[in-house]
Design a protein around this ligand. Structure first.
Ligand code: ZN
Length: 396
């Protein structure tokens, strides 16, 4: 997790701004592109652009030049890195601070990146990049894949082309039957997930959606059958509901959400792409809508339920890989954490989670059908009067 000191990055010919962002298409962006060009560099077979370029494109103030970390900072980072994997986000947050997070903001958009780390923040929520931000000759470099497939669509989801309308929501309560999922002294993940899905179904039907559950009772459904249900329904989205657990860390807590890893990107926490990461999966055809759905649901969840933000992540779970409709898997807290498992055992708490998921779906539908910019965490905080703050849990 140390700074990547690079030798051998090759400067490629510069490219027009808009065409770099193939995820949203050249046409959408050329209109607002400035005369500047991307300074593309190839490092170890991967294309990168400078953070200065990114800042210029979004109209952010120019980031200050990087200075090398002090010996004390390097020592702190090494210690932090060793314990970050063991102790999770609390230490990772410390590590990020030591690594000098660069925050850039303009026009209602906010991006934070940290040289040396994959952990970023986009419009106020944590976003795991496919590749760490590199450092080359005093410049921070962001991978082109991250810029086009993660940063741009998460910063400005309203520019994603081709989102389909949403008429049906397929809710997928995780596990079931003999597969109980994680468990605590209060009960099993399979039952908590089903309860959230049933509550969300009622609210979604009230809002005018058709709702299909992959299971509406305590039965076992093989993983591959779950996305297949959504694949048979046009204009559907797929939301898989789970609760988390850690066998090694009772302190692990908070929400996280997964969408399919873009082709060529490793799953979050797999540091090096494997051959499998380069393969096209059915889910890759909808990776942009899925990422947008993940963003909508995650902002709504954190905006309505004040829990720790573990971030938007990428995965190749079977339910995401095989789903041809926009698909996410949300982890609604840790049953292995004593405080969270107690909350999760409460029906009122699960109702809040269900409400937030429904709100996220509504935001996605508005985005897909009317290009309405989805509510962000900051928007929720501004209108948070209706919800009780849970100070005891809202610790970073
Ligand atoms: Zn699960």
């Amino acid at each position: 997790m140390a700074f990547a000191h690079l030798t051998g990055c090759v400067k490629l010919s510069t490219m027009k701004l808009g065409c770099l962002l193939w995820a949203v298409g050249c046409g959408a962006l050329l209109g607002r592109a400035t005369a500047a060009e991307w300074d593309v560099q190839r490092c170890e077979g991967r294309d990168y652009v400078t953070l200065e370029n990114v800042a210029a494109f979004y109209g952010f103030p120019k980031p200050a030049p990087l200075t090398p970390p002090t010996a004390a900072e390097i020592a702190a980072m090494v210690v932090g890195a060793a314990s970050a994997s063991e102790f999770g986000i609390t230490t990772a947050a410390t590590l990020a601070a030591v690594s000098r997070t660069i925050a850039m903001e303009a026009g209602g958009l906010r991006l934070e990146v940290t040289p040396g780390l994959s952990e970023a923040s986009i419009n106020g929520v944590k976003q795991w990049l496919a590749f760490p931000v590199r450092v080359e000759n005093g410049h921070a470099l962001v991978s082109r894949l991250d810029l086009s497939k993660v940063i741009e669509p998460r910063l400005r989801p309203e520019l994603i082309a081709g989102l389909q309308p949403v008429t049906t929501v397929v809710l997928d309560p995780g596990h079931g039957g003999h597969d109980r999922g994680a468990s605590s002294r209060f009960g099993f993940e399979k039952d908590f997930a089903l309860d959230v899905a049933l509550r969300a179904r009622t609210a979604l039907e009230k809002a005018g959606y058709a709702v299909v559950l992959t299971r509406a009772s305590d039965i076992f459904i093989p993983l591959e059958e779950r996305p297949a249900i959504a694949n048979r329904i046009p204009n559907s989205i797929f939301v898989s509901i789970h609760f988390n657990s850690s066998s090694s860390n009772a302190d692990a807590r908070g929400f996280e959400i997964f969408s399919i890893a873009p082709r060529g990107a490793p799953a979050t926490n797999d540091w090096v792409p494997s051959e499998r990461d380069l393969r096209e999966e059915p889910g890759n055809a909808v990776e942009q809508p899925s990422g947008a759905l993940a963003g909508c649901v995650f902002h709504a969840l954190l905006g309505q339920v004040p829990m720790v933000d573990r971030g938007l992540k990428h995965a190749r779970f079977a339910v995401l890989r095989r789903c041809e409709r926009p698909a996410v898997l949300v982890e609604c807290g840790f049953v292995s954490n004593p405080a969270e498992s107690s909350l999760i055992s409460s029906g009122a708490w699960r109702a809040r989670i269900a409400e937030a998921v429904v709100d996220g779906v509504e935001n996605y539908r508005a985005l897909a059908e009317t290009k309405q910019r989805p509510k962000t965490l900051a928007d929720y905080r501004r209108s948070a009067a209706g919800h009780l703050p849970l100070r005891a849990l809202a610790v970073p």
